[in-house]
Design a protein around this ligand. Structure first.
Ligand code: PMP
Length: 372
């Protein structure tokens, strides 16, 4: 402040590693077209809304009681969903659910990371991997990628061998680049991680359903230190629900019980998620439409002369800009909110409805004309 008077914030005895840091914060701006947080643009269909009301009403009759602490019915249905859509059989004993996959990741770091331990991720990647590491007292190691945003496997193997992290994050498809990771890459990183420590390898498949490639879930076979994390926020169009889950060896599910809060998953959440799972086929139909729109965005941006990273997610990384923040603002001035993830030269747009995507493509066309 220049007055020499410490602010109340300076005086708060917060942990040293949190001082001077910023919280996660995608702008929530009121603009006509919001394509900045990788949400699904389609509201839940009315029959599902009615079913949620029904199941929540039933749950409400028992809200004087704590919910099922082990969420057995929900985990059974999630396991059935994974088995049906990936062809790899998982059971409830191999599935765990929490309030968004962010909480799943936090529970994993509380269990396998923590003070004196480290986690590695290959950046640019999902910023919360580093933030949740910090929040749980886990040291963060930033690993590299190639210029095309694929993981540099040799460099990754070296980082793992030298730094011996306790947790290795592999985000596939990767946020914010959209890059899918080859099964072969995961296997090599898993081998490196086992040789170094052994450590846990967490595959974050939040966008798995949007990929051109099959899920990495079958890699769980015979690999007790591998975890696949998923969410209902994207493919199920239920970001507001806050429901994430993992699949792993049953021992991993047992281990996270040590850190989960009792009754962490409310009865309302469990009832709503179960209703949504009854409508899986309809919701996966929207996913197909979004994949088509995602591919159209890639094609049209390239036709305009933009550089675009191949995408297996419900968003597209595009550029390049001399100054991505100026480009972000220019697109916003045309009424379209995209995301500046701090990757120099690049921005990210979420696939929306066809109309929203047209508005976005028109905005990019316009700013390219303005800057010529
Ligand atoms: N992983 C990745 C890669 C993400 O992009 C997100 C959401 N942006 C999450 C996890 C967390 O999602 P949620 O907590 O809504 O499941």
């Amino acid at each position: 402040t220049g007055t020499g008077t410490p602010s109340p914030w300076d005086e708060l005895p917060v942990r040293d590693e949190l001082r001077g840091k910023s919280p996660y914060g995608a702008p929530q701006l009121d603009v006509p077209v919001r394509l900045n947080t990788n949400e699904n643009p389609y509201p839940l269909p009315e029959p599902l809304v009615a079913r949620i009301a029904e199941r929540v009403a039933e749950a409400a009759r028992h809200l004087n009681r704590y919910p099922d602490r082990d969420a057995v019915e929900l985990r059974t249905e999630l396991a059935a969903y994974l088995t049906r859509t990936t062809g790899y059989e998982v059971t409830a004993a191999r599935v765990w659910a929490a309030n968004g996959s962010n909480e799943v990741l936090q529970q994993l770091l509380q269990t396998f990371g923590g003070p004196g331990r480290t986690a590695v991720g290959f950046e640019p990647s999902y910023s919360m991997h580093a933030l949740i590491s910090r929040g749980t007292g886990t040291g963060w190691i930033s690993g590299p990628r190639h210029d095309d945003f694929t993981i540099d496997v040799e460099a990754a193997e070296r980082v793992i061998a030298e730094r011996r992290p306790d947790v290795v994050f592999v985000c596939s498809p990767n946020n914010p680049t959209g890059t899918a990771v080859e099964a072969e890459t995961v296997l090599r990183l898993y081998e490196a991680a086992q040789a170094a420590k052994p450590s846990m390898v967490v595959v974050d498949e939040a966008y798995g359903e949007f990929s051109h490639r099959p899920s990495l879930l079958p890699l769980l076979e015979g690999r007790p230190h591998l975890v696949v994390s998923r969410t209902m926020s994207k493919a199920f169009g239920a970001a507001g629900l806050r429901l994430g889950y993992l699949a792993a060896h049953p021992a991993v599910v047992d281990a996270v019980q040590l850190v989960r809060l009792p009754y962490h998953l409310s009865a309302v959440t469990q009832a709503t998620a179960l209703a949504a799972l009854e409508h899986t086929d309809t919701l996966l139909g929207y996913v197909e439409q979004l994949k088509t729109e995602r591919d159209r965005i890639v094609t049209e941006l390239r036709a305009m002369g933009c550089e675009v990273t191949d995408s297996d997610a419900n968003f597209v990384q595009f550029g390049r800009f001399d100054d991505s923040h100026t480009a972000w603002q220019a697109i916003l001035d045309h009424g379209v909110l995209v995301r500046d993830n701090g990757v120099p030269g690049w921005l990210r747009v979420t696939a929306g409805t066809p109309e929203e995507n047209d508005a976005f493509l028109d905005a990019v066309r316009a700013i390219r004309k303005e800057s010529n």
